[in-house]
Design a binder for this molecule. Structure first.
Ligand code: GLY
Length: 565
């Protein structure tokens, strides 16, 4: 009955051609919600509704996460995906935690200097565009792995909502229409066929988006699980795509891909315990470092977004990102000094040269520029029993490599750009790296994704995460501190403007209207360079309130929406 009502909902959205209005979103978007039982917060209202209906149908938080993930591949193709990878933190109702790594891997034929020319210089765009930029996708294996360990509902039920939306289509929002239109040139340039997303007339809000090829691929995954993607017709189409250009992924790469359960990074901050992602993500370690560096200070007394608190937090960010560049990479390939980096003694040693009166100086080196594409997507789920999932997934850039697998209808990632193509040369996020994150066959590229679950005095407190490339970690850092230190209600903690420092370039980036002109002046007087940029992160957070209810907040920087009951 509940699944039936979901299908009716999906069909309503899919077929409601009687809503020709070009104004406003074609479905309700809920930015804040308080519920008694369960909550789903995602980047797309349809995905949040799918998650809710799975929970109402008796699924647990992991079932809902799987269904949401496949649905986002349909309704949020700029970042939701089956051709990319991601990370998931699970905390079950008894407090047991797990981390699932379904990050992409370098193909076996990859090698250290593959993005350099004969002079040893990075070939601009080679790690970002076309099929040479594609890492071996991990999402489908990850979802199957998660289902085997935690799933309650049958696998096929978790694929059905996404398939319905791909076959029947759905009405796109104004923001989606704008993004689809912005990338039409890139889609045409990077495809030898006309994928469903290519539209010679501009996309308009409330246009219906139908993806029949993607639906066929999802049906194969529904019927055959891992083999529906890494073998058979889908694998054949991926390899044809590789052969049609300069891609190097082989059938062997696809067949040997495996997602991995890892021990999360745990760290304490006052009465809170944070559970986050270990390498190959830098998220957990870098977040732990930044929090350990600011913990000895009375942030609340320094004031929310005052020059004093922003200076302190930016200096912690500078130091942690410098360590990230040097020390972090795939721990299966490189000895990451994890314990040392997250130790309190190390944090105080790193902050020993911190001066409240003066900005530090990042090394003089090639300064990176931010690209506009920081697309990844995060969702947070809590079910009625208190099981929680924090999941971040990505194609890397908006629509990844922009290449849709011909006949299979999904975008391939361009995650290889998250490797350090050459020491000291920034990637699209301006991040520099070193030996730890050099390209090697079958290695996972370093990520910033920071799916996080926070306990307070041993009980579930918050589920949080965000997209945003290099700004992911600093966004989670700020949202947590906004609640835990500055005492902001969750809505303000998430919706408030954010700032970001990542060591190089040596600047504090701020969203428009984050800091008052006086605070900017004070920071400049300390020696900081403050630069405006577009939005930082799109946080999806759930807070367990003292009365046991759940508060979900979806970021107001997009169509993000909360659903619950
Ligand atoms: N592709 C962005 C990240 O993994 O950090």
């Amino acid at each position: 009955m509940r699944i039936a009502s979901l299908l009716i909902l999906v069909l309503f959205f899919a077929c409601n051609s009687a809503t020709p209005t070009k104004k406003g979103p074609p479905y309700p978007i809920q930015k804040q919600l308080v519920t008694d039982n369960a909550m789903v917060v995602t980047a797309h209202p349809l995905a949040s509704e799918v998650g809710l209906e799975i929970l109402k149908a008796g699924g647990n938080a992991v079932d809902a996460a799987i269904a949401v993930n496949f649905t986002l591949a349909v309704v949020y193709p700029r970042a939701g995906n089956i051709g990319g990878g991601g990370f998931m933190i699970v905390r079950d109702k008894d407090g047991k935690t797990e981390a699932l790594d379904f990050r992409e891997k370098a193909p076996k034929a990859a090698f250290r200097d593959m993005y350099l020319d004969n002079n040893g210089e990075v070939v601009e765009g080679l790690s970002r565009n076309g099929t040479l930029a594609v890492g071996v996708p991990g999402v489908v294996d990850g979802m199957v792995n998660a289902h085997k360990k935690f799933g309650k509902l049958p696998w096929h039920k978790l694929l059905e909502p996404a398939i319905k939306l791909a076959v029947g289509g759905f009405l796109i929002t104004e923001q989606e229409a704008d993004v689809f239109n912005e990338f039409q040139g890139a889609f045409k340039e990077n495809n030898r066929h006309q994928p469903a997303i290519v539209n010679d007339a501009d996309w308009q809000p409330n246009d219906q988006f139908i993806q029949k090829e993607l639906a066929r691929t999802l049906m194969l995954i529904k019927d055959k699980g891992v083999a529906g993607f890494y073998e058979g017709p889908t694998a054949k189409l991926i390899i044809e795509e590789m052969k049609a250009s300069n891609g190097i992924i082989t059938h062997d790469d696809l067949k040997s891909y495996e997602s991995v359960w890892r021990t999360p990074v745990f760290f304490d901050y006052d009465e809170y315990r944070l559970v986050s992602m270990p390498p190959p993500s830098s998220g957990g370690i870098t977040l732990a470092q930044m929090l350990a560096m600011v913990e000895p200070y009375d942030l609340k007394a320094l004031g929310f977004q005052s020059s004093k608190s922003v200076h302190l937090m930016a200096e912690a960010e500078r130091r942690a990102y410098a360590d990230r560049a040097e020390h972090l990479g795939d721990a299966d390939f490189y000895k990451v000094p994890q314990q040392k980096l997250v130790a309190e003694a190390y944090a105080s040693q790193r902050m020993s040269n911190f001066s409240p009166q003066k900005a530090g100086k990042s090394e003089e080196t090639v300064a990176g520029k931010f690209s506009e594409s920081e697309e990844t997507t995060h969702f947070s789920i809590v079910d009625k029993d208190g099981n929680a999932v924090s999941l971040t997934t990505t194609l890397n850039s908006n629509f990844g490599s922009k290449t849709v697998v011909k006949g299979a209808g999904f975008f391939l990632n361009n995650e290889m750009d998250d490797f350090s193509a050459k020491p000291g040369v920034p990637n699209q996020f301006g991040l520099v790296g070193n030996e730890a994150n050099a390209v090697e066959p079958e290695k996972r590229m370093l990520s910033s994704m920071t799916p996080t679950i926070i306990e307070k005095n041993g009980e579930l407190f918050m589920v949080v995460g965000t997209p945003g490339g290099s700004t992911i970690i600093t966004s989670v850092f700020q949202v947590f501190l906004n609640v835990a230190e500055f005492g902001l209600p969750l809505k303000e903690a998430v919706h408030n403007k954010r700032f970001h420092h990542q060591w190089l370039p040596d600047k504090i980036f701020v969203e428009e209207n984050t800091l008052s002109p006086e605070v900017v002046k004070e920071l400049e007087n300390l020696g900081h360079v403050v630069e405006k940029r577009d939005y930082i992160g799109r946080v999806e957070a759930i807070l367990r309130l003292p009365n046991g209810k759940l508060e979900g907040v979806a970021d107001d920087r997009g169509d993000d929406s909360a659903s619950g009951y």
